[in-house]
Design a protein around this ligand. Structure first.
Ligand SMILES: C[S@@+](CC[C@H](N)C(=O)[O-])C[C@H]1O[C@@H](n2cnc3c(N)ncnc32)[C@H](O)[C@@H]1O
Length: 291
């Protein structure tokens, strides 16, 4: 019996935790470690609809456009610090494109976009998104850890909320280096270990919900509140070392978080300052050095 079964029986009217329920289902259906990652996202594609809803798939251009507005409204970093217009005319890879929200944003700014996802659902949604909005993007279904894409064929790689879910972030980053041209740049966002979410939610589950008695750890309880089958959390030094380990040079590492206050009631500069130190998202901007 799975943990979500237990929860559902103990509280018949309470919906099962969608993260755990999906993890259990993906684990049962998958055939390999990376297949568990893929299956999770086949079951719950990234559409920005609430995770617990049954019908989470956008159907028309207005719904896809609303997803773009939602993502930008929720992400101060993407809105204020990512210059999509600067990618005009460049060959850009959106690695782990989900429904193609950022692929389409870049295509609107006339970047030459290739959108990649490991899932059937993601590639289908990204194609539908681009077609409904008349945007020219190339969509390829492939695994970030073994991409069937040519060496040095991109000027910029964007990977937002993806590589911490993959079986091996290191293998995926080695592929990012291979497909970037020397001098090419990139930006990736992964989960941040030194964050309030990691410690506060982790301690809540470990101590208040008693998971520590079952031998669980801060890492293992993330299954209860984070998306994806795997959700590795990185410290700054660890992420910089991963990038350097494959021959990519980190240019800047920035912690950030969603628009909502990091703690209830916190606002303005204090909220911003805390997110910049202890936000749940860690963004790395990097370059593939020339030579
Ligand atoms: C959290 S969603 C982010 C989607 C998109 N980047 C966005 O910001 O809306 C993670 C996406 O990464 C994809 N993904 C996970 N591991 C992958 C891998 N190894 N190769 C390619 N895509 C992957 C998932 O299928 C999913 O669509």
């Amino acid at each position: 019996m799975t943990e979500s079964d237990t929860d559902a029986r103990a509280h018949p009217r309470k919906p099962a935790n969608p993260f755990l329920a999906t993890r259990n289902e993906a684990g049962r259906a998958a055939r390999s470690a990376q297949d568990r990652n893929r299956m999770w996202w086949e079951l719950k594609p990234m559409t920005y609809a609430p995770w617990e809803e049954d019908d989470r798939l956008p159907q028309d251009a207005a719904a896809f456009e609303a997803m773009e507005r939602y993502l930008l409204a929720k992400s101060p970093f993407l809105r204020e610090r990512f210059d999509a217009a600067a990618q005009k005319g460049r060959r850009v890879l959106d690695l782990g494109c989900g429904s193609g929200v950022l692929s389409c944003l870049l295509a609107k700014h006339r970047a030459e976009v290739t959108a990649v996802d490991i899932t059937e659902q993601g590639t289908r949604l990204a194609r539908q998104n681009a077609a409904l909005r008349g945007l020219p993007i190339r969509v390829v279904r492939t695994d970030a850890e073994a991409m069937g894409l040519a060496d040095q064929s991109f000027d910029f790689v964007l990977s937002w909320g993806v590589l911490h879910h993959s079986e091996s972030t290191e293998r995926a980053l080695a592929e990012v280096r291979r497909v970037l041209r020397p001098g090419g740049r990139g930006m990736m966002m992964v989960y941040h270990r030194n964050s309030l979410v990691y410690y506060l939610k982790g301690l809540y589950w470990l101590l208040l919900r008693g998971r520590i008695i079952r031998g669980e750890s801060l890492d293992s309880v993330t299954d209860r509140y984070a998306d994806g089958y795997y959700h590795r959390h990185f410290g700054r030094r660890e992420l910089a070392a991963c990038l350097r380990g494959v021959g990519l040079e980190p240019v800047r590492l920035t912690a950030t978080q969603q628009q909502e206050p990091i703690l209830p009631g916190l606002r303005g500069k204090l909220d911003e300052a805390l997110k910049a130190r202890l936000g749940w998202y860690l963004v790395a901007e990097f370059v593939r050095p020339k030579g």
